[in-house]
Design a protein around this ligand. Sequence first.
Ligand code: AHG
Ligand code: MN
Ligand code: MN
Length: 314
Amino acid sequence: MDTTDICRMPGRVSLNAHLYHKGKIPDALRHLILDISRAAKYIQFAIRTTEAGLAGSINQYGEDQLKLDVLSDEIIRQHLSESRRVASFASEEHDEVIELDPSLPYSVAYDPLDGSSLVDTNFAIGSIFGIYEGATFIGKTPRDQVAALYVLYGPRTLLIYSTGNSVHEFILNEVGEFILLREFLGIADDAKNYSPGNLRAVNENGAYKSVMDGWLSRALTLRYSGCMVADVHHIVSKGQGVFVNVGGKKYPEGKLRLAFECGPFAYIAHHAGGLASDGHSDILDKKLFTIDQRTPIIIGSSNEVRAVCDVLSR
Ligand code: AHG
Ligand code: MN
Ligand code: MN
């Protein structure tokens, strides 16, 4: 029997219905994304109900872990393990890849809580996921992702996904379902907003100072919160802008990680018509050698990304 009629797109479109009709993906990937979205609901509940203290432990980068970092990581781990669609996964909070079952179809890289230093200020924070086909993503590039998504825990909880067929935005409703808010989001070629991460690097990185001076002289609008999910979402939501995080002399690769942060956002920016570069090459083509690999990133409106890269490479 042809199921197309029975499963016709309903008026109020759930994440599941959208993945089914517009995702153009196998059922296993649809179910994995739904399992991840379920984890995100528990995280947003934990954010509202958990005290914002330190967990008393440090992660692989020597950063203090918040209770919420640890809790969010555990929630995602549990959902990925129980999903039975994940061969292996790696989290920003751990220094090794967790291997579950090599016969399962996908591997996942995730940042359980991005912007966690902002928890006590009640600013927006997020979770980021990159999904690859096969038992491991090591040796692959972010272009090999079959899906990327992020969840923004702000005044509202939003989920944004791409499976290679543009970028779509969902809102968590009162009964705990992600419902379509906007679909086929695009990023225009020119930026009116700029988001300068690791700005302290201008003291040792003269090229970054020139970039900043350029933005100031052109009177672009500053939009920077300190949470990459919120700051890149600003670009996705407004349909234009540029986000930069580059290093200085001491840490030329900057702070942000290719597997957990830059790779998934590069995939989403690309499928919204934007660009993501490390200053020289497309982030989508950078090979993942280790899980803790860092990269500079310039992401957003293509003309502005190219212009920033030009100045940085002078
Ligand atoms: P995390 O909380 O996962 O460690 O990541 C925080 C990141 C990112 O979200 C943000 O863009 C960047 O740190 C902010 O760095 P600066 O404060 O140095 O600009
Ligand atoms: Mn992060
Ligand atoms: Mn994090």
